[in-house]
Design a protein around this ligand. Structure first.
Ligand SMILES: [Zn+2]
Length: 275
């Protein structure tokens, strides 16, 4: 019987996850533009064609329409479908990892993942972390304090403090020491909220994952940029581009991975150390 319920939960999580993913696209597009979420109805940004319900079915419509607007044939960015699929996968992980231990925590995990997807994609495009997402994440964190099957309330409390302290520390070091803005205020608040959500053990793991992956990408990215600059070299001195690099997508990926698989990873690691 339990198996049966879990299969139903998987199917529901997948389908609802896709639909919520579709809504996340609206959020990712409209929040930075300062638009309302409920009006106007979804339309093609190019020709203003109003999407019918059958143009709006997650993933399926994209395939049927061949990735183009029904009316003007303008290409629909693949990002929309990617967000839907990512959210579906995240919600499946929620059921997979937490359904049996705590349904409430599975829901917290699902909603947090959706918020993290919004934060990551908006930061990728606009280099901005909006406070409203941080507030939602912190609220979910407060629920997590009571329902986390792995770590107790103290871990979450310390997590919030570590998240804020660690990131504010880095910010202060660069800002007062080197007169450079290394981390945005948005990243600091985001890390504090995530600390409450994750607990300090998983927070540290997520920071490790985010820093390593960001460093790798940053090295590749700056090499490519240096090559591109060498090719168009005309001795433009003094016009050094500031190193603008969105860090929140890496943080969000790290938070998601640690929230999903952190506890078993940390247990296995401590086991290896014989602790
Ligand atoms: Zn169109």
């Amino acid at each position: 019987m339990d198996e049966y319920y879990k299969i139903v939960a998987f199917i529901l999580a997948g389908l609802v996850g896709l639909c919520v993913g579709s809504f996340l696209n609206v959020v990712i597009y409209r929040v930075p533009a300062g638009m309302r979420l409920d009006k106007p109805d979804s339309h093609c940004p190019q020709c203003k064609y109003k999407l019918r319900w059958y143009d709006n079915i997650p993933v399926l419509s994209y395939i049927i329409l061949g990735g183009k607007c029904r009316s003007c044939k303008q290409k629909i960015p693949f990002r929309y479908t990617a967000v839907e699929i990512l959210n579906m996968l995240a919600w499946l992980v929620s059921v997979w990892m937490f359904w049996e231990e705590s349904i409430v925590f599975a829901v917290v995990h699902a909603l947090s993942s959706s918020v993290l997807i919004c934060v990551a994609f908006i930061d990728l495009e606009h280099m901005l972390v909006f406070d409203r997402f941080v507030v939602i994440l912190a609220a979910l964190g407060v629920v997590a304090v009571f329902f986390d099957p792995n770590y107790g309330w103290l871990s979450h409390l310390i997590g919030g403090a570590v998240g804020f302290g660690f990131f504010y520390g880095i910010h202060a070091l660069f800002y007062y020491g080197l007169k450079k803005d290394a981390l945005g205020g948005g990243d600091i608040k985001l890390a504090a909220a995530a600390g409450v959500l994750l607990g300090w053990q998983c927070l540290l793991l997520s920071i490790l994952l985010a820093s390593v992956s960001a460093s790798v990408i940053l090295v590749i990215w700056s090499k490519k940029r240096m090559q591109a600059e060498e090719e168009t070299e005309e001795g433009q001195e003094g016009e050094e581009n500031p190193l603008e690099f969105p860090f929140a997508p890496f943080l969000c990926a790290g938070f998601f991975l640690a929230l999903s698989f952190g506890a078993p990873i940390i247990r296995a690691y401590l086991g290896l150390l014989g602790l």
